[in-house]
Design a protein around this ligand. Structure first.
Ligand code: SF4
Length: 76
């Protein structure tokens, strides 16, 4: 899965939401979030993010961000 990280805080761009083929972005509290079970790992959103906030969970130490994205995408 891809996850939204702290560079997204207060970002006003939604370029990522527009390109996601499965609509798995949700509104968090201060950030957008990606539902980790709905993301199909296509990677299309990553280069669209002007804040470089979207990272693959294969990078080191991303477990906390996966939980963060899950928590806020399931609050609705
Ligand atoms: Fe959507 Fe693909 Fe980004 Fe996952 S990697 S959030 S499916 S655009």
């Amino acid at each position: 899965t891809y996850v939204v990280t702290d560079n997204c805080i207060a970002c006003k761009y939604t370029d990522c939401v527009e390109v996601c083929p499965v609509d798995c972005f949700y509104e968090g509290v201060n950030t957008l979030v990606i539902h980790p079970d709905e993301c199909i790992d296509c990677g299309v959103c990553e280069p669209e993010c002007p804040a470089d906030a979207i990272r693959p969970d294969t990078e080191p130490n991303m477990e906390g961000w996966v939980e963060f994205n899950r928590k806020y995408s399931e609050q609705w």
